[in-house]
Design a protein around this ligand. Sequence first.
Ligand code: ADP
Ligand code: MG
Length: 361
Amino acid sequence: MREPSGLRLEGVSRRYQGSGRGVEALSLDVRPGELLALIGASGSGKTTTLRMVAGYEPPDAGRIALVSAAGAERDITREPPQRRGFGMVFQHYALFPHMSVQENVAFGLEARRVPKAERLARATEALAGVGLAGYGPRAVQALSGGEQQRVALARALVIEPNVLLLDEPLSNLDPTLRQTTRDELREMLHRLHVTAMFVTHDQEDAFAVADRVAMLCAGRLEQVGTPEALYQAPASQVVAKFVGRGTFAPAAADGDTAIVTIGGVSQRAPLGSAHGTGDRWAVLRPESLTAVEPATGEAWHGTVQTRRFAGDHYVYRVGDIAGAAEPLEVMCEHGNFAEGDAVAVRLRPKPLALVAAQRAS
Ligand code: ADP
Ligand code: MG
């Protein structure tokens, strides 16, 4: 197997005529063999980024390069898509219904003038690589959605792409199939050691598949890092909101302690991370909080609005907290509280993330 190349984006911008939107000064590295997920709300610039990398959308500024494992760069900014040698997988698999599975996979090699016998042999191998050994002669219409998605993946991989680009590849699958397919996708791409950029609006898909995650917001890179980094040390409120549940409350850092104040009552927890400057907010995840019987001492008092069973724990939504902008979601090991019960909400002694308090535009 040959060594995969990495991908480098330097100050890449694309502004659409008319809407004036697109992608702004994006710099991002995908390491050789790495799976990078591009996440963000609808309209944040994910598809535009992928299309620029693929060569279908010319950047107005910036540079895109392939980087060898040894660090040598090949500038591809102006190279046409077919010369880049990238594999693509889309939300709509676009398989040819009148062709067999094997013919679908071999199709990409036809345009590259690979002789027929070799095309079929390589298609057979690619199908085995995605767990579809023996499926070659079948009709694509007879396959399930998950199997069709794997055929699309085999078709993209059969050309031995420099980089694999996937745009919302799981969006057409039902929730159960989606979960197994994304685990398999990660396993396959790692085993095949291919560099991949994976677009999704779904944080769970990104966390399940990617080595690192890059979050876009209004065409700009908001944060890039491991799933753990984005979850535990979000760079902004937008990231904190996108990658998990939680609410925000005014907070300050004092050495290695975070002090969170709601309605004049302060509680402390270890400081996990602090991004931004000026006024800050703590990211209160359900697991950052717990609920106890109303008691004296430092606690935020409120009323249970809803109670949700979540397998090995319960999540209570606690409202009517003096000074709180919205109800707090609180994790509890027991289900003893009922809707309407008065409870005291306490910070758990777990690291808290602080982000800048200004609204992200
Ligand atoms: P995403 O894939 O994250 O949903 P896109 O990359 O498709 O976002 O779009 C980014 C922004 O650029 C959006 O505001 C979108 O409306 C705008 N946009 C996308 N394509 C075009 C186009 N062809 N012409 C004008 N504006 C566009
Ligand atoms: Mg899109």
